[in-house]
Structure formats: C-alpha cells, structure tokens
Design a binder for this molecule. Structure first.
Ligand SMILES: [Zn+2]
Length: 159
C-alpha cells in the first residue's frame, strides 16, 4: 500500500484558495483558525528571543510565536509563518524581525503570503468601496497594523 504523507496540495499554496476552502468571506481573518484548519500546531512562548519559528517534518507542522508581541503584529507573524509552512521545503525557519522589503526570496514569499491571507485582494477592494480608503480605517477593519495595510495597498497598486 502506498504511504500517504501530509504533503501540501497546490491549492494550499494560495491564500485565496485556503480562505475559499474554509468559507472565510469577511475580515478580520482569524489566522489562528486558519492554522488549526491546516493542522498546524501553534505554541506561544515567553521571550523566546525571536518573533516566530517554524518546524515542518513529514509528520508535523509547528509554529512558535513570541506571546508578548502586540496582537496585530502577532497575527502577521503567524500568517508569515504559515507562509513558510505552506510554501517552503520541510525544515526550520526562524524570524527575529519582520522586514517587508527583505532581500531573501523565502522571506519575501512568506510576507506576500501573509499579506494576501490577512488582506485578500477582493476583500480589500470591497473594504475600500463600502468602507474607507484610509489605511488606518482599513487596518482596523482587517485587524492589521497600518504599516502592513499600506504595504498591501502598494502591492495592489492602490497607493
Ligand atoms: Zn520568515
């Protein structure tokens, strides 16, 4: 009999597809719920000395977060870490700071994944149309930092 390992399906590489599959249609995205649905174990630690860490093996997916980080940044860190889990080879990843224009391809990919997961394109357009184009107000709507919202608006060509 063929052994089936918990490999990632192609659709789980796209945040948009994950949200559709989970039936999540409006912000703010419950990123902890997304992690649960993807069978990722999330553990929060006191002062680990980094923002988030990831370990993926054939059998398990784990993310550790610094519990003292402010909630909105923690949400982004978790979304970023989920990006590593879904996109990158099995192994260990550790992030000490969130740097949006980092030169590392994997860090950039994880940040893009996090932006799309927390601020999906369609929801962002809808948010602007029916709510506000203010990055601060949109940041409240999506429960992200204004910096992350601004960066996402730029990525969508809206700033
Ligand atoms: Zn990272």
């Amino acid at each position: 009999m063929t052994q089936i390992s918990p490999t990632r399906s192609m659709s789980d590489r796209r945040p948009e597809d994950i949200l559709v599959r989970l039936g999540i249609e409006r912000p703010p995205i419950d990123v902890f719920e997304v992690a649960r649905a993807l069978e990722i174990e999330v553990v929060q630690l006191e002062m680990p000395g980094w923002d988030c860490a990831v370990r993926t093996t054939e059998k398990s997916k784990q993310i550790w977060l610094d519990q003292a980080v402010l909630p909105r940044r923690k949400r982004f860190n978790l979304a970023h870490a989920i990006g590593h889990v879904q996109l990158h080879p099995l192994g260990e990843y550790r992030d000490s700071t969130y740097v949006p224009d980092t030169t590392s391809t994997q860090e950039r990919e994880a940040n893009n994944f996090a932006g799309k997961l927390l601020m999906p394109e369609e929801m962002t357009y809808l948010g602007i149309r029916v709510y506000s184009s203010s990055a601060f107000k949109l940041a409240d709507l999506f429960d992200v930092s204004p910096e992350a919202m601004n960066w996402r608006l730029k990525a969508l060509g809206l700033r």
